[in-house]
Write a protein that binds this ligand. Structure first.
Ligand SMILES: CC(C)(COP(=O)(O)OP(=O)(O)OC[C@H]1O[C@@H](n2cnc3c(N)ncnc32)[C@H](O)[C@@H]1OP(=O)(O)O)[C@@H](O)C(=O)NCCC(=O)NCCS
Length: 193
């Protein structure tokens, strides 16, 4: 569905859906939203491995009527931090349609996701990696930047291990407060989100 006019963000309805229960309409609208943003640079959206990142098993969808205007997803995974196992909700696919940006919808999506991370996925923390330019956005929704050496499998070649010790890593509280985050190196035990 084409949707170009500026929308009233408070009338937008949020839904939370597990990946296995996405309808054909959900998937078609997600494909439209992601392809409009990324297809020219990164090719077709693939729900099983979006742009080579780890897929979500939960999705928060923002609907303006039948038109999807925002998304964030997360995947529960037990990772290792400083030799300790931690259950995180690895978060990705944060996207608000251009006509809906700047009115708090991104933050609403993150806050709804945080509730689902806690109540549905029973994760200890939310976890994501991002560009420096959007750290302030995530901070506005209560996420906190941490500093650690992170290893994960390569987005394009999963047989390779990549190490990140510079680009931003952010966490949010779920079952546990951010002050409980263990110190030490992070092994994502798979691909990044
Ligand atoms: C980043 C994005 C999700 C923000 O969504 P949004 O709905 O416009 O954000 P909100 O209106 O909820 O903004 C919440 C707060 O974050 C701030 N903010 C928004 N975008 C920001 C950015 N890129 N950098 C820093 N702060 C930002 C807003 O000013 C607002 O602050 P305030 O509470 O002081 O007013 C949206 O711009 C987008 O989809 N961009 C393209 C995809 C993208 O970059 N995704 C992130 C991938 S890691």
């Amino acid at each position: 569905m084409l949707h170009r006019a500026k929308i009233a963000v408070m009338s937008v309805n949020l839904t939370v859906t597990s990946h296995s229960l996405l309808s054909d309409t959900d998937l078609a609208e997600m494909r439209r939203l992601f392809d409009a943003e990324y297809r020219a640079d990164f090719g077709d959206w693939n729900p099983a491995g979006p742009y080579g990142y780890a897929p979500a098993d939960w999705h928060v969808l923002a609907w303006d009527g039948g038109c999807l205007v925002g998304h964030v997803g997360f995947q529960r995974r037990v990772i290792e931090v400083g030799g300790v196992e931690v259950a995180v909700a690895g978060t990705g696919g944060m996207l608000v349609a251009p006509e809906a940006r700047g009115s708090g919808l991104g933050r609403r999506l993150l806050l709804r996701a945080q509730l689902a991370m806690t109540e549905d996925a029973e994760a200890d923390f939310g976890y994501l990696g991002c560009r420096p330019a959007v750290v302030g956005f995530y901070e506005s929704a209560g996420w906190v930047r941490i500093r650690a050496r992170e290893s994960h499998t390569d987005r394009l070649d999963p047989t390779r291990t990549m190490v990140n010790d510079s680009s931003p890593i952010m966490i949010c509280p779920a079952l546990r407060p951010v002050t409980d985050w263990p110190s030490g190196d992070i092994d994502l035990r798979g691909g990044a989100w």
